[in-house]
Design a protein around this ligand. Structure first.
Ligand code: ZN
Ligand code: ZN
Length: 345
């Protein structure tokens, strides 16, 4: 089978591997769609030395596919099942793992970071990370649910729900766009902010609320104008930029909630008056829980959330170099590898 390996300094290579075998409690998933994520770009930009130390580990953490083989003792899935695979892993036994948040486990790892990932024809995983993907949800949406869509859903849910109220999203990459779609579907009046004309145009094309280009208009003033001076009930900051973090608190209205999702800048600077005089609630959001996956699936099945529309580029795995290079330029929505209509690798 084929798998993608980081070479360091913005290079990847497609290599041949043995198809993995499932151990006890494990399954092998035949990939049908596997997204590229912003966090993959950090690894893509790493040094040659870092890449060498990975010893040929396969990239990718957004797996969606079909269970090809189940090892001994697997009860939750069977061969032929459609699954999305939760992207982080933990010890499986501690309190945070048992509450469905292995991302907080002291023994935390992830596909494509600490073990072979999803940019491959097949991937082995502990069966407990396999999340059922209903027949009427595409693998393209399944790969988003493995990471970005679940994160966006979880972030919007941290805003106290006041439908019809304004929700501002900073950073309109795949997570931000998904947050806008989720917010719209939840009944918020959404406003998206980015500095990239490509991204604001894409958000405009998808038709999610009002889009503000922060290079052309001060987003704080724009949100004030668009909300009759009230500010936003909820703000989700997905860009990770220092300025956007400050502006996120500035655009929030009285008793608003600001949810910080984007990594990036190491510190957070907020005008304290924003917090005190508006009694803001600040929340962090690091991915989402395995339980929230089921809520997200139920939500997209009962609401209009056109997640397929934010996918702008699809590649075959053998074009991994091109896929990473285009995604790295920042002028894309979601980028996915897909195997659909392929008669087996
Ligand atoms: Zn991801
Ligand atoms: Zn654990």
């Amino acid at each position: 089978m084929r798998g993608v390996v980081y070479l360091g300094e913005s290079e990847v290579e497609v290599r041949e591997f043995e198809r993995p075998e499932p151990g006890p409690g494990q399954v092998v998933v035949e990939m049908r769609a596997a997204g590229l994520c912003g966090s993959d770009l950090h690894k893509y930009h790493s040094s040659r030395e870092w890449a060498r130390e990975r010893k040929g580990m396969i990239s990718g953490h957004e797996p969606a596919g079909i269970v090809a083989e189940a090892g001994k003792g697997v009860a939750n899935v069977s061969e032929g099942d459609r699954v999305s695979v939760y992207h982080t892993v933990g010890c499986g036994h501690c309190a945070v793992c048992l509450s469905g948040t292995p991302v907080f486990c002291s023994d935390q790892g992830a596909f494509g970071r600490t073990r072979d990932g999803s940019h491959a024809d097949y991937m082995v995983t502990d069966a407990r990370y396999c999340m059922p993907l209903p027949d009427n949800v595409s693998f393209t949406v399944g790969t988003q649910l493995a990471c970005t869509a679940g994160t966006a859903f979880s972030a919007v849910n941290k805003v106290s729900k006041r439908h019809g109220d304004p929700l501002v999203v900073f950073g309109l990459g795949p997570v931000g766009l998904t947050t806008l779609l989720m917010g719209e579907a939840m009944g918020y009046r959404t406003l998206g902010v980015d500095v990239s004309p490509f991204r604001t145009d894409l958000a405009d094309r998808i038709g999610v609320g009002v889009v503000i280009n922060a290079d052309e208009n001060d987003p704080v003033q724009a949100v004030r104008d668009l909300t009759g001076g009230r500010g936003a009930a909820g703000v989700v900051e997905c860009s990770g930029s220092a300025i956007a973090r400050t502006q996120a608190a500035a655009v929030a209205g009285l008793h608003g909630t600001v949810v910080y999702v984007g990594a990036g800048a190491p510190s957070l600077e907020i005008d304290f008056v924003d917090i005190l005089r508006k009694e803001l609630t600040l929340r962090g959001n690091s991915v989402y829980s395995m339980g929230a996956y089921f809520d997200a699936v139920a939500f997209i099945q009962t609401h209009r959330v056109p997640l397929d529309e934010i996918v702008t580029h699809r590649f075959r795995l053998e074009h991994a170099r091109e896929a990473f290079a285009i995604f790295d330029r920042g002028e894309t929505g979601k980028v996915v590898f897909d195997w659909e209509d392929e008669q087996g690798p």
